[in-house]
Design a binder for this molecule. Structure first.
Ligand code: C5P
Length: 304
């Protein structure tokens, strides 16, 4: 039986390690990308319609394209293109809570959610492998948004290995005014490196251990993002945000992915709340969010 409406909830991510290799001939960079899904969620609802339509609500919804260039629309088109007789006549409604262009994979999350939702709506029965293949075609971070939890991403980030996590980690996110363009941040990273030799990106064993044992102090000591210098170079005010979070008692802070959101790891839930209060008072960011990870990947939460 096909459905009349399907809603999928999908988490944001933070990169606890983002090791970036040199530029590849295809313009991408090889990565050792350790993803952790965290409990900030977008919700994507699909319903049958005459043609493909996208609507977006929530904070900064006006900055999200509401046309076929939206990654969620491209997900619906990609799935329909693989099935004889399936037309992408669907209304995709996105409720945003993940910061837009914030380095938390909000657009990728919406794509993974739309794909899962359309598969359920149309009864197309794509298996996990086909879903991951379509996700990888859509963008480097999309496969992880589908699976959630924690994972190591190799290649350009799309080749995933699930990672064990021994407990919940408590995070505070400092959301900036406006976004940063991911390609621009990668370009700035290359520019800052100049002719310096770039080592092969590898996951840090101590970081993987810290995840496995659920030890926030050890994880804090291993947090690393090769894109951070580039994000701060393009948005110098992030230096003050990072300092405010550590001054506020976070174990450590880093730019999330390509930024500009800054992520702070706290010792526990109570410490996260006090870091959040101090960060809010610091005036160095637009908004502060408190949550924990790992969170589960894209999940159908309503269907009728
Ligand atoms: O894969 P996605 O479309 O999310 O990538 C957006 C942009 O980020 C790419 O066009 C590229 O400029 C940059 N990127 C990269 N290396 C990666 C992932 C993304 O250079 N591994």
């Amino acid at each position: 039986m096909t459905s009349r409406s399907v809603t999928v909830r999908v988490p944001a991510k933070v990169n606890v390690q983002l090791a970036v290799g040199g530029p590849r001939p295809d313009g991408f960079h090889d990565l050792a990308n350790v993803f952790l899904a965290v409990g900030l969620y977008d919700e994507v609802t699909v319903t049958p319609a005459d043609g493909l339509r996208i609507t977006v609500e929530g904070r900064d919804a006006d900055q999200v394209p509401a046309d076929a260039s939206n990654l969620a629309a491209r997900a619906a088109l990609a799935l329909a293109a693989r099935r004889e007789g399936v037309t992408p006549d669907v209304h995709i409604h996105i409720v945003k809570d993940i910061p837009v262009a914030g380095g938390m994979a909000g657009g990728s999350a919406d794509a993974a959610a739309a794909l899962l939702a359309c598969d359920a709506l149309w009864g197309t029965g794509a298996g996990r492998e086909e879903m991951l293949e379509i996700c990888a075609e859509l963008g480097s971070d999309v496969p992880f948004s589908l699976v959630g939890g924690a994972a190591l991403g190799r290649g350009r980030g799309e080749l995933l290995t699930a990672l064990p996590v021994g407990g919940a980690f408590h995070w505070v996110f400092a959301v900036a005014d406006g976004g940063l363009s991911t390609p621009a941040v990668y370009r700035e990273c290359d520019r800052l490196r100049g002719d310096a030799a770039v080592p092969e990106p590898e996951p840090a064993p101590a970081l993987l251990d810290a995840l496995r044992t659920g030890d926030p102090v050890a994880l804090a000591a291993s947090l690393a993002n090769d894109l951070q210098a580039a994000a701060v170079s393009l948005r110098p005010s992030l230096a003050a945000t990072l300092a405010a979070g550590t001054d506020a008692g976070a174990l450590a802070g880093l730019v999330s992915g390509s930024g500009p959101t800054c992520a702070f790891l706290a010792k526990d839930a109570e410490s996260a709340r006090s870091v959040a209060a101090a960060l809010s008072a610091s005036g160095t960011c637009r908004a502060v969010r408190v949550t924990s990870g790992p969170a589960e990947g894209a999940t159908v939460v309503r269907q009728s």
